[in-house]
Write a protein that binds this ligand. Structure first.
Ligand code: S3P
Length: 201
């Protein structure tokens, strides 16, 4: 039998058909966790819209997240992130079927986590050993020129991961992604929340 690593049931009442909670899902976790690639794979699998919060921020602000962080600083970036998330939560309340990938720092901001919790949408913490997360980020930097201003050195990366982990663990489910590809993780998430029966719904 497939092991459901770290599965913790949401504390809220179980979702029922028609609930917004079974029509949307948030992917959270540290840089390099695979939130965007798993989100895209899951969106395709279910026929649900995929939303990358960082892309939403970039559209709203007319600048890349990296530019925003470098020129305006982290505080202003977090403000823009909160505003983009608030906008998205309103859309979700109207019942759109959506997979959302959050940026690595979004879910550990208390106001953001509370907003997501208040609409009863499940959250999945995609996790991996920090050395693997670091390796994936290095690879994305060299092969895809992914620009992450908060990626400084291995030591600060580890420190930030350790500081954020308790926040990530507040997600409805922790999923180990080590050595797995995006499609495989998407399949596991779909299974854990019985989402395949809601394809295209
Ligand atoms: C951040 C992670 C990034 C992006 C921004 C800040 C963070 O997203 O939101 O650079 O604080 O960890 P990814 O997790 O997709 O890299």
């Amino acid at each position: 039998m497939q092991k459901r690593s770290g599965l913790r049931r949401p504390k809220k009442k179980r979702s029922h058909p028609g609930d917004v909670s079974v029509r949307a899902l948030f992917l959270v976790g540290f840089m390099g966790a695979g939130k965007s690639s798993v989100g895209r794979a899951l969106g395709e699998r279910l026929g649900w819209t995929f939303v990358d919060l960082d892309e939403r921020i970039e559209r709203r602000e007319g600048r890349t997240v990296a530019e925003l962080l470098r020129t305006s600083g982290e505080q202003k970036f977090r403000r823009a992130e909160r505003a983009a998330l608030r906008e998205l939560l309103k859309e979700l309340q109207s019942g759109s079927a959506m997979i959302v990938a959050l940026g690595g720092g979004a879910f550990v901001q208390k106001e953001n986590a509370a907003g997501i919790k208040s609409i009863g949408v499940p959250t999945v913490f995609l996790d991996a050993p920090v050395a693997e997360l670091w390796g994936r980020c290095q690879q994305q930097r060299s092969s895809q020129q992914v620009d992450r201003p908060l990626l400084i050195d291995a030591q600060s990366f580890q420190g930030l991961y350790d500081a954020r982990r308790p926040g990530y663990l507040k997600a409805s489910l922790r999923m180990e992604t080590s050595g797995k590809d995006a499609a495989g993780v998407a399949a596991e998430v779909a299974r854990a929340f019985d989402l395949d029966r809601r394809k295209g719904v």
